[in-house]
Design a protein around this ligand. Structure first.
Ligand code: ADP
Ligand code: MG
Length: 586
């Protein structure tokens, strides 16, 4: 056996497989370079999903003749000088691998000019070979065009996904990048069609609001040297899809499970098992506290103090989520697509993207509420109505009556409100139980006649293991024999309710390990089960007094926007919505 060092051209081909495994990754590298060059205008052109053409044009610093040639060498970078610099990277790129990798597996034409340079330069590289260099008159900035990606690596070309898949991926990433860099003007053209035009915005939040509309809140807060900002949609819009939440760390869109978890916990257990909220969270911290050099495509980072980041994100989200307007506001005109761009005339977002909040709404929660033939779209919540929501009080509602066994109709200031009484009561009870558990203040009551629990062997076993926890929830359960349990005392809110059914439910919960995260989850789960069983049910008749008592209780609840399962507890129909149903607005 003989060991040989591989030639540069082979190394570059190998590295190309890691760094730019698909067209969307090429776009990412090129746009990152434009951003690092201080560009304020970035235009992206895609031909046949990037299989035919990828071109990025910017108005950044540009390169001089020597640099334009050197840029295609492996590990050629202007962003890193020593290994010390690795500890505090301020730029998106730093490894000097992108252009050499791209050049190795495609035909590249680079045109660039520095501000100082009178004339620009055009460089052509094909399959890693410098083909030509000539002076040329070009505007200041850089125009880099990639054709025939992977033309000389047929195996890889075969594995490319469909143009449509790449287009979607590129569009999504451009949106993420634009939220991370709100001051930059982005344009995306797909097969000569203008797909995105994103005019500069003052802040990420303003940029983010262009994509996440409907019932949303802004988050913002600083703990220590960690700043968290973002926009989050109401839990009822959550999706079982990790792409629905955009995570940005120091202006770099990344994926990060820990942050996902922190955001989820911040939602006060209104999200289901695999659901993630819709929106974005942007975290800023000193560059020395985050290692960006841990992933070939730089799409993951590592934090020096993950726990601190976790707590900061969870806290910021918790604070924001409390502000959700308790009402989902309904409107019954045609669904608005991004095209209307009513709130942002300089900026158009063409084609309904995956963030079309309206579609999720109609699918997930409106159809059961409103006649399907009406196209329904939530009204955007602007800052004014957020303020309005801050002073919304359930007690201010005039109660009209109960319908379909479950819905409380109310009226207040030119709008009709419909409250799901079970969901509302459940939310209230959930807070009561969970806070009571934390503060050891759950009111309990002795049963007049202790009740023997009829449980299967395994259900009984599961409860026996957790008697101490259940004790803290207000249950006194005695073991009177092997797998024989008698319940003596229950949380006061459960008096008169079906305790047998509840205990069966609780026994079936996954109790799991005692790690803090799991314990939290267990507390939430048990609280949710108790809350559900303690709440009024469909069919229960509510007296006027009981309805008003419920409203008063809801005003005291800390987060009353959604039930513990994330369903909204109330919808609002404004007078003008209703007038439209009857054509009175014409
Ligand atoms: P890295 O970004 O990690 O430095 P790249 O291979 O992506 O490595 O780019 C190599 C170098 O080429 C960069 O360090 C930068 O100096 C220069 N460069 C690339 N793209 C641009 C651009 N759009 N504008 C100005 N300079 C650029
Ligand atoms: Mg780069």
């Amino acid at each position: 056996m003989k060991i040989k060092v591989l030639p540069e051209s082979v190394i570059n081909k190998i590295s190309a497989g890691e760094v730019i495994e698909r067209p969307a990754a090429v776009v990412r590298e090129l746009v990152d370079n434009s951003l690092d060059a201080g560009a304020t205008e970035v235009s992206i052109y895609l031909g046949n999903g990037g299989h035919a053409l990828i071109r990025v044009v910017d108005n950044g610093s540009g390169m001089n003749r020597d640099d334009a040639i050197l840029a295609f060498e492996r590990h050629a970078t202007s962003k890193l000088r020593s290994d010390q610099d690795l500890l505090s990277i301020q730029t998106l790129g730093f490894r000097g691998e992108a252009l050499s990798s791209i050049g190795a597996v495609s035909k590249v034409r680079l045109k660039t000019r520095e501000k100082e340079g009178a004339l620009g330069v055009e460089v052509e590289v094909k399959a890693g070979k410098l083909n030509s260099v000539r002076d040329t008159a070009v505007p200041c900035g850089t125009d880099l065009q990639v054709e025939g990606l992977f033309f000389n690596t047929p195996a890889r070309r075969k594995f490319l996904r469909s143009p449509a898949t790449e287009e979607k991926k590129v569009k999504q990433w451009v949106i993420h990048s634009s939220i991370a860099h709100p001051h930059v003007h982005y344009r995306l053209y797909i097969d000569q069609r203008e797909v995105l035009v994103l005019a500069p915005r003052e802040t990420s939040i303003l940029r983010g609001r262009e994509f996440f509309r409907g019932n949303t809140v802004s988050i913002g807060g600083t703990i220590g040297n960690i700043t968290v900002r973002g926009v989050l949609a109401h839990p009822a819009l959550a999706q079982v899809d990790t792409d629905s939440l955009v995570i940005i760390v120091n202006a770099r869109p990344v994926s990060d499970r820990m942050i996902l978890k922190a955001v989820k916990e911040g939602f006060f257990s209104t999200l289901k098992e695999r659901e993630l909220p819709l929106g974005f969270v942007s975290i800023e911290l000193p560059s020395s506290d985050v290692d960006v050099n841990v992933h070939p495509q730089k799409s993951e980072v590592r934090f020096r103090n993950p726990q601190e980041v976790f707590l900061a994100v969870r806290q910021a989200v918790q604070n924001a989520v409390k502000e959700f307007s308790p009402a989902m506001v309904m409107q019954t005109n045609a669904p608005r697509t991004f095209e209307s761009g009513a709130s942002n005339p300089q900026s158009t977002v063409k084609a309904q993207g995956s963030y079309g909040v309206g579609s999720i709404f109609s699918a997930r929660l409106l159809n059961p509420v409103v006649n399907q033939s009406l196209a329904v779209q939530p009204v955007e919540v602007d800052s004014e109505s957020v303020q309005e929501s801050a002073i919304f009080r359930f007690s201010a509602l005039r109660y009209i009556g109960q319908a379909l066994g479950c819905y409380l109709f109310c009226e207040c200031e030119g709008a009709v409100y419909v409250i799901d009484m079970h969901a509302a009561h459940e939310r209230y009870n959930f807070n009561l139980i969970r806070n009571g558990f934390r503060e050891r203040g759950i009111a309990r009551q002795k049963l007049l006649v202790p009740e023997r629990l009829a449980l299967t062997e395994s259900a009984a076993e599961s409860l026996v293991e957790h008697l101490a926890t259940l004790e803290q929830f207000g249950f006194e359960i005695e073991e009177t024999g092997i797998d024989e349990l008698v319940i003596q005392e229950v949380p006061a809110i459960l008096v008169g309710k079906d305790v047998q059914a509840l205990m069966k439910d609780i026994a079936a919960l996954p109790f799991g390990a005692t790690a803090q995260g799991c314990l939290e989850q267990a507390i939430d789960n048990i609280s949710a089960r108790i809350a559900c069983h303690a709440s009024v049910r469909t069919g229960d008749r509510l007296s006027k007094e009981e309805a008003y008592a419920l409203f008063a209780a809801l005003d005291k609840a800390e987060f009353s926007a959604a039930c513990p399962h994330g369903r909204p507890i109330m919808v609002k129909f404004t007078a003008s919505n209703i007038e439209k149903w009857f054509g009175r607005d014409r």
